[in-house]
Design a protein around this ligand. Structure first.
Ligand SMILES: [Zn+2]
Length: 383
């Protein structure tokens, strides 16, 4: 079995892993890298390899996992496309924000034929099967396990083992584990981070701006916000659709989130900034209503709290760098302990980590000796 590291290794963004065995060649995710330009924006996969792909599987609709899908189609991909219904529902909007307009027609045609699966399904390609499970990262998000009958590799994509909101299925035993190393060796537990965010918000009773991605994080935040909060009106429908995802949540959480969403205030650009917490998307100020909201908040000295990854060359990075925004991580990836537990549950296999720098990977290796902290985009391994 050959594993090609097409993106997201030694870097954050353009996450993409190729797996070839038994006469089959598949791609797991096709992301883009926010803040990069030119060829580095897309996965490092050449046209011949793209043309030879039998299928692409998309784990979830965040830009660093799906943003390159229309580009892939424009480069001659003609295999099968697999994703969950929740990912499919968000795909066009995400590609509209991060894809290129001239690639969108290829996507619009191919999207019609995308094959939808549910977390827990096993997709048999003949010569290779792909098992799936809930990721706990977004509603409808999944991890993948590819098996050729001899060897198996698990690509976790983005997972959250300790989400208070979403459920994650255990990772199966495998010969190679490709972990979500987004947070490197960060060991601060989720409940500590959440307490810090609650405290930060409580100390700003006149309101604050919380830029977030459209999927996943709004659910985690809604669960911890004070009773009175606002959302950009355009988020109501997609967030309601995420809450409606069957079987994605921990017990009772979907009913609680439905009630909180019903009671949330709608905000639009025609209103002044509210005297309560306001959520807008995306999380970096690169797209969506956050572009204007962040600009206005910064001009008016309205507090801004960033809770996710801050890529360079984004409005979020500019604001954070000039101290006009603060940052407290709201964990939506594994902590160090989370990744060690996943690795032990998978039978302590050989391990790679995606979505972080080589420096962060080396730090994580201190706690996870089987981790290869040298693997980078453009490389490949055989198992
Ligand atoms: Zn994600």
């Amino acid at each position: 079995m050959r594993i090609d590291l097409h993106g997201g290794f030694g870097e954050k963004g353009r996450t993409s892993v190729g797996i070839a065995s038994g006469g089959k060649s598949i791609l797991l995710d096709a992301g883009i890298k926010v803040g990069a330009t030119g060829r580095e924006y897309y996965p490092a996969i050449d046209d011949a390899a793209i043309a030879g792909l039998d299928a692409v599987f998309i784990s979830h609709a965040h830009e660093d996992h799906i943003g390159g899908l229309a580009w892939l189609l424009s480069r001659g991909f003609h295999g099968r496309i697999f994703m969950t219904a929740e990912t499919s529902a968000e795909a066009a909007a995400m590609l509209g924000q991060y894809g290129e307009r001239e690639h969108m027609q290829a996507f619009a045609i191919a999207a019609q034929s995308a094959e939808l699966f549910s977390a827990g399904d096993i997709i048999d390609l003949g010569g290779m099967s792909v098992s799936t499970g809930r990721s706990g990262h977004v509603a409808g998000g999944v991890w993948f396990a590819a098996n050729d009958g001899m060897k198996s590799v698990v690509y976790t994509a983005d997972v959250v083992p300790d989400s208070a909101v979403l459920a994650m299925d255990p990772i199966p035993h495998c010969d190679l584990l490709v972990l979500d190393a987004s947070y490197g060796d960060d060991a601060v537990a989720s409940n500590e981070r959440i307490a810090a965010i609650r405290q930060w918000i409580a100390a700003r009773p006149d309101g604050c701006l919380l830029p977030v991605p459209l999927s996943g994080k709004p659910l985690e935040l809604m669960a911890i916000l004070p009773e009175r909060f606002a959302i950009h009106g355009s988020m109501r429908e997609p967030v309601a659709a995420q809450i409606a995802a069957k079987g994605a949540f921990r017990a009772g959480v979907d009913a609680m989130l439905t009630e909180r969403l019903t009671n949330a205030l709608d905000w639009s650009e025609f209103d002044s900034l509210p005297d309560c917490p306001l959520m807008t998307f995306d999380g970096m100020g690169s797209a969506g209503p956050s572009v204007e909201a962040i600009g206005r908040a910064a001009d008016q000295g309205y507090p801004i709290l960033l809770t996710g990854h801050i890529p360079p060359n984004t409005p979020a990075a500019e604001l954070f760098g000039t101290k006009r925004a603060e940052w407290i991580r709201l964990p939506t990836h594994p902590t160090r302990q989370g990744n060690v537990a996943i690795w032990e549950g998978a039978g302590r296999p050989a391990t790679l980590g995606h979505s972080c720098s080589l420096t962060s990977l080396s730090a994580l290796k201190q706690y996870l000796p089987a981790l290869d902290d040298t693997a980078r985009t453009g490389g490949h391994i055989e198992i």
